[in-house]
Design a protein around this ligand. Structure first.
Ligand code: ATP
Ligand code: MG
Length: 750
């Protein structure tokens, strides 16, 4: 492995070196209360990936401690997702519910040690007694109960003598702890509910904080990897295992940043809302970010893994652009799948001077000629082209068929317009054209110049198919829920025509429909009578960030005789650079692609790297900000040099300035040509990392937004980002984001 490991693997290696564990054991511990999504894929890649890299193993454990929301259907979906991504869990699937008896015994042990007690205050009192961030909490009077009384009450809780909520079991830790989670956290609650596996055996259920660490311990987990929101729970995790005196080796918890993607929601609860509201057709609706949705849409497991690996493992939450996921899938399919022709919006063309019929041999892989595989394209007098590929009144730059401009039928002949037949309303219903016998693709001696080649199908042999074109499910980048749904997220095209070779009875096939995008035979609805294809992704990054491009037949103008969106192959040296960037330096494939293909950028990058070994951060700024400057300038015309960029990155790495400030400093460097260090000093941009300065700002923002505080506490944890954003804004972006994150979370969870 290269020297640029992620921080989790660094920890694992250090632990192995220190002899802390004989074997690396990780686990993926979802709650079976919904279908897994791309965030879970990230966690799966990390947990199974680390186990694989260090010859350990990874358990798949259903964290089924909440009987009211869980279901075997979700268990199956979770298993399916892990398998589809190509991972294998150790032994059989584990369930926290299998450990209920053991966990219960540990609870009794804590009670006997005087470290846990049965509390009987109601929820509201409990909240009041918990105190605030600035004020210590108070223990409830029931904390005085004797061990015997606690044992008796706990036994009776278990025997079903009390109603839900009447009593709880709490750990006796510290009501004055700065970490509010340590203020006597709940260990058990009463829930008279049927459990999908344990049946009615239990009416008390352990809380996450108690069950999780013990399940990890029981399974011999070494590294318990979870997402950042559990950072404050780590203290309880350690308290439980330490207080019970559980023998080494015991697991330790490590947190990484949750994956967020724009234009979608990503919690099982929110996804369930969409499913239940009927906004989507089910958990496997191809517009959802669920693994089942991606699978049905035609994403490949490889591309999802590449995406998860490519974005790296971070310690601070961030939002990944969905375009990056789309890039990865395109990148994966580009070289793999056959290219065929499908006309989405057919317009009939009669070739007046052609009366025979012939089969034209065409490669499935025209972009990769040595790859074998051809098919026969029937050609005759009557064909269909896409309506958008003819224009009677073309705008400037329109390169396809017009009354005065010939066009090539891909793999076949050049045709020239003769006449447009219209219906009573003036709509064009047919084109009459002439073909040029000596213009056949590959043996063209006609000398006719065309500017593009378009897809077509032969009328009699073409097969009618249904095409489902998907757009983003949400209109806004950070959607809240159903109200942000994009009404045009699904377009069903019933009239598309496809060349006969595409119709196969092989399931699980993907194609590139030339000039349209990548498509997948829908695994559920595809039948011989009604073949259905899902659009996986377009050929180019969609411009939805600015204005939505029309989703049906989006066509940018090709330059020469070229196919839209064709990714130009890299030269050998570019490919070598790309490999080095992605493998050795661990850059994401999108960033690596940008740098490797551009000489100016790659040498600038190399130079910056020679003064600071921070490959990922430097790559980000070079592929973005520097690249923008270099679009119009040469390197020697820039007002800054590679060394100064390294200096800028260094300040971020050392947490001298916040990552939010970088753009501002960079812009100043562009304008003034000053050193980044001088700019930061002169403008007072040094990062604020003093909690005493940040805390009052947080308090003020919390005070100003009571509604959002309430929503957050009611479960809308996404609003954490809102508060963090407000605080960062209030400090002009100068506050240390990680610290703000922590402090805000603390304050809100108070
Ligand atoms: P959700 O809010 O979608 O229900 P969760 O965190 O409750 O998610 P679990 O089923 O408890 O989901 O999660 C199983 C594992 O997947 C956990 O370790 C969790 O941290 C991880 N995970 C869940 N969502 C993400 C995400 N967006 N990015 C990375 N890991 C995630
Ligand atoms: Mg959950």
């Amino acid at each position: 492995m290269s020297e640029h490991k992620d921080f989790l693997r660094t920890i694992v290696e250090e632990d192995l070196k220190a002899g802390k564990y004989k074997e690396v054991v990780t686990r993926f511990p979802p709650e079976p209360n919904g279908f897994p999504h791309i965030g879970h894929a990230k966690s799966i890649c990390i947990n199974f990936g680390i186990a694989k890299d260090y010859d350990g193993h990874c358990n798949l454990r259903m964290d089924d401690t909440n009987p009211t929301t869980e279901d075997t259907r979700y268990v199956e979906a979770l298993k399916d997702a892990v398998q589809w991504l190509g991972f294998e869990w150790d032994d059989s699937v584990r369930f926290t519910s299998d450990y209920f008896a053991q966990i219960h015994a540990y609870a009794i042990e804590l009670i006997k040690m005087g470290k846990a007690y049965v509390d009987s205050v109601d929820e509201e009192q409990m909240r009041e007694l918990r105190g605030t961030v600035t004020e210590a909490g108070k223990r409830s009077k029931y904390a005085q109960r004797s061990v015997e009384e606690n044992l008796d009450l706990f036994e009776r809780m278990k025997n079903g003598e009390f109603k839900d909520g009447e009593h709880v079991l709490r750990a006796k830790i510290d009501m004055g702890a700065a970490n509010m989670k340590l203020r006597d956290p709940l260990l058990y609650r009463i829930r008279h509910a049927h459990h999908f596996r344990a049946g009615d055996t239990w009416c008390i259920y352990p809380m996450y904080d108690f069950a999780h660490c013990l399940s990890d311990y029981i399974e011999g987990v070494s590294h318990s990897i979870c997402t950042l929101e559990f950072e404050n729970n780590r203290d309880i995790y350690n308290w439980v295992l330490d207080t019970l005196g559980l023998e080494a080796p015991r697991p330790y918890q490590h947190e990484f940043a949750r994956l967020g993607i724009n234009y979608t929601v990503m919690s099982k609860r929110k996804l369930l809302e969409l499913v239940e509201a009927g906004v989507v057709s089910g958990w496997d609706d191809p517009r959802l970010p669920t693994i089942a949705g991606y699978k049905r849409r035609g994403y490949t497991p490889e591309s999802i893994i590449n995406f998860c690996d490519g974005i790296g493992i971070a310690k601070a939450n961030s939002m990944v652009d969905v375009a990056q996921l789309e890039f990865t899938i395109r990148d994966d399919l580009n070289t793999k799948v056959a290219r065929v022709m499908c006309v989405l919006d057919p317009l009939k063309v009669t070739i007046t001077n052609y009366d025979e019929s012939e089969d034209i041999e065409a490669s499935f892989y025209p972009h990769d000629v040595p790859k074998e595989g051809t098919r026969k394209l029937p050609f005759s007098k009557e064909i269909y082209i896409d309506r958008a590929d003819f224009s009677e009144t073309p705008e400037k730059g329109y390169f396809r068929l017009t009354p005065t401009q010939a066009v090539r039928l891909k793999y076949a002949y050049i045709i020239t317009f003769e006449e447009a037949i219209k219906d009573a309303d003036g709509n064009i219903v047919e084109i009459k054209a002439a073909y040029h016998p000596d213009s056949k693709s590959g043996e063209d001696t006609s000398g006719i110049k065309v500017k593009s080649a378009i897809q077509w199908v032969e009328a009699k042999m073409a097969k009618n198919v249904e095409v489902r074109v998907y757009d983003r499910l949400f209109k806004s980048e950070a959607p809240e829920g159903v109200e942000d749904i994009n009404p045009d997220s699904l377009k069903v095209i019933k009239t598309a025509l496809i060349e006969p070779a595409v119709i196969t009875d092989k399931p699980d096939v993907r194609f590139q429909f030339e000039r349209e995008g990548y498509f997948y035979a829908d695994p559920v609805d595809y039948t011989d009578e009604n073949p259905v294809f899902n659009k996986i992704v377009g050929l180019k990054e969609s411009s939805s960030k600015k204005k939505k491009a029309p989703q049906v037949a989006p066509k940018a103008e090709p330059k020469k005789e070229q196919i839209d969106g064709e990714v130009v192959a890299m030269s050998e040296s570019e490919q070598a650079l790309f490999d080095k960037y992605t493998v050795e330096l661990k850059l994401g494939s999108m960033v690596a692609d940008i740098l490797a293909r551009d000489e100016k950028l790659s040498s600038f990058y190399a130079e910056a790297l020679s003064s600071l070994n921070s490959p990922v951060s430097i790559a980000n700024i070079v592929s973005n900000d520097v690249a923008r400057e270099l679009k119009e300038k040469e390197v020697n015309e820039l007002s800054f040099d590679a060394k100064q960029i390294a200096e800028l990155v260094k300040m971020v790495d050392e947490e001298l300035i916040s990552s939010k400030i970088v753009k501002q400093v960079f812009e100043e460097m562009v304008k003034s040509g000053d050193n980044p260090t001088d700019i930061v000093e002169a403008k007072g941009l040094v990062q604020i990392s003093d909690p005493a300065v940040i805390a009052p700002i947080i308090d003020e923002i919390i005070e100003k937004n009571p509604d959002n505080v309430e929503k957050f506490r009611g479960g809308n944890t996404k609003l954490l980002g809102f508060f963090v954003g407000q605080v960062l804004k209030a400090t002009g972006g100068k506050a240390n984001p990680k610290m703000v994150n922590e402090l805000v979370a603390k304050a809100l969870n108070a």
